[in-house]
Design a protein around this ligand. Structure first.
Ligand code: DGP
Length: 112
């Protein structure tokens, strides 16, 4: 079980922002910005590079959920960044697809 599956199963706690039958969004335990939320599919896709056409609707839902998170946490006016880390060079550390939503500070570009 991935750490995020354990959060979905409520075996470990998380500060949940939003969830429905397909996705869950919760605050990152190691935030890189004043707002740092992870949007995670309840069904495991290890990483974006391993997604297939069968995942199309779920992938769309993940992105739509980032908008829900942004609205709930008052990011729509100030702006926010949506990030997916894929593989070692990107720093992926949990093999369960997740979309980062970062905001409430000025974010540098390009990322480090
Ligand atoms: P990534 O580097 O893209 O794989 O991001 C994984 C993120 O997951 C990282 O920012 C820290 C976060 N994280 C890891 N374990 C936990 C946990 O148990 N709870 C929460 N809320 N976040 C976690």
């Amino acid at each position: 079980m991935t750490i995020f599956e354990k959060i979905v199963a409520r075996e470990i706690p998380a500060k949940i922002v939003w969830q429905d039958e397909d996705v869950i969004a919760f605050h990152d335990v190691n935030p890189g910005a004043p707002v740092h939320v992870l949007v995670v599919p309840k069904r495991v896709i290890p990483r974006i590079a391993e997604s297939t056409a069968a995942d199309q609707a779920l992938l769309g839902k993940l992105l739509l959920t980032t908008r829900i998170v942004a609205e709930k946490l008052d990011l729509l006016t100030s702006g926010y960044r949506v990030v997916i880390n894929n593989g070692p060079d990107a720093g992926e550390s949990v093999p369960h697809l997740h979309v980062h939503v970062l905001g409430k500070r000025k974010l540098g570009w390009p990322p480090g």
